[in-house]
Design a protein. Structure first.
Length: 355
């Protein structure tokens, strides 16, 4: 039987890399988003609004996916609103697909906020999990839109009979422009500004993150796990952590990133120095850099998500993922974290996003 994939959020870091992996593995692949991705060879774009069931139904007319990959979300002012909106996105899609009776598997991408709490209470004392985080860690007694999205998938699975998987990446590293949470592009833009202005590349985060052990998730390895879990019988109906497979300390990687850009790194100095504040007055500087080097994107906000980088690098504890669960079931993919960052930097440069 033909595998027909529907990637929801195909313009993001996760969705675009997943679409490329699915196409490479022979799936007929549709990419759904409000502003369709037309840059990936072989991807069939679908323009649709997940908030509008009628629009969604019309957009998906004649399309009967066997595998659905949900990789998107919408940021709202409060976690209660995040829960309302993001659970509705999942519910609307699965309701529209229900009548087609074609869906065999639904994969949902969430993340480590499952263990660390929502943005409003992110990694605060009193609710911190024991690390490395493991999939069996119980839900926190806090409102969390990841839990609400999971529950929508579980409920629809029980009713419709499809299998499911949930994927919890650490910080995702990959190429994308205009993404809500993009640490590689954010650091690339910051480093480029430092190089142009002669500023030091200042560590913005906590002592625990600077000195502690960490890991991250390459978007390509996340894509491989998504396809593996959706096509391997013994892997279905499970939640999985996903990270590169190596560990590092930011005090080592920060200097390596600075060296790549040819700038001077400055480490933790006893206080957190948020990147959002560091970049808040750099919008005109970036416009000037974009003009000078004929870059494709002159809006700092389209490239840098300093708020999210600050959340990741400001945690009061070291965080890494236990990967035993999927390893035991046969998922053995691995990638090098320094390579994850430098490959994105190189692509951003070659595509004239950074100088």
């Amino acid at each position: 039987m033909e595998n027909i994939a529907l990637v929801v959020g195909a313009t993001g870091i996760t969705g675009s890399n997943l679409a490329e992996e699915l196409i490479a593995q022979g799936f007929t692949t549709y990419g759904l988003s409000r502003n369709p991705n037309t840059t990936i060879a072989g991807l069939i774009p679908i323009k649709a609004d997940l908030m509008n069931p009628d629009n969604l139904e019309e957009a998906l007319k004649g399309i009967s996916p066997t595998h659905v990959y949900f990789t998107t979300w919408m940021r709202n002012e409060t976690e209660e609103e995040n829960i309302r909106v993001n659970s509705m996105l999942v519910r609307n899609l699965l309701n529209v697909l229900s009548s087609k009776k074609s869906v065999q598997h639904v994969a949902l991408v969430t993340g480590l906020k499952h263990y660390l709490g929502p943005f409003e209470a992110y990694a605060k004392e009193g609710v911190l999990p024991e690390t490395p985080v493991r999939e069996e860690h119980p839900r926190l007694p806090l409102p969390n839109f990841y839990y609400a999205q999971e529950d929508e998938v579980y409920k629809a699975s029980e009713k419709e009979g499809f299998t499911w998987s949930v994927h919890r990446p650490h910080t995702v590293v990959g190429y994308a422009v205009g993404n809500l949470m993009n640490i590689a592009a954010t650091l690339a833009v910051y480093a480029s500004i430092c190089k142009e202005t002669g500023r030091k590349f200042i560590w913005p985060g906590s002592e625990a993150q600077w000195n502690g052990i960490s890991d991250v998730t390459d978007a390509k390895i996340l894509a491989k796990q998504l396809v593996w879990a959706s096509t391997t019988e013994s892997a279905k109906n499970q939640a999985y952590n996903i990270a590169n497979g190596d560990v590092f300390r930011w005090k080592w990687l920060w200097k390596r990133i600075a060296d790549w850009f040819g700038i001077e790194a400055e480490g933790f100095n006893g206080t957190v120095r948020p990147l959002e504040k560091e970049l808040e007055n750099d919008h005109e500087i970036w416009k000037s850099i974009a003009g000078k080097y004929h870059l494709k994107e002159s809006s700092l906000d389209r490239l840098a998500s300093a708020w999210h980088t600050d959340l990741d690098l400001g945690r009061p504890l070291e965080v890494m993922c236990d990967m035993s669960k999927s390893r035991k079931l046969g998922f053995t993919a691995y990638t090098n974290t320094e390579d994850s960052f430098t490959e994105v930097f190189q692509r951003l440069r070659s595509e004239h996003i950074i100088p």
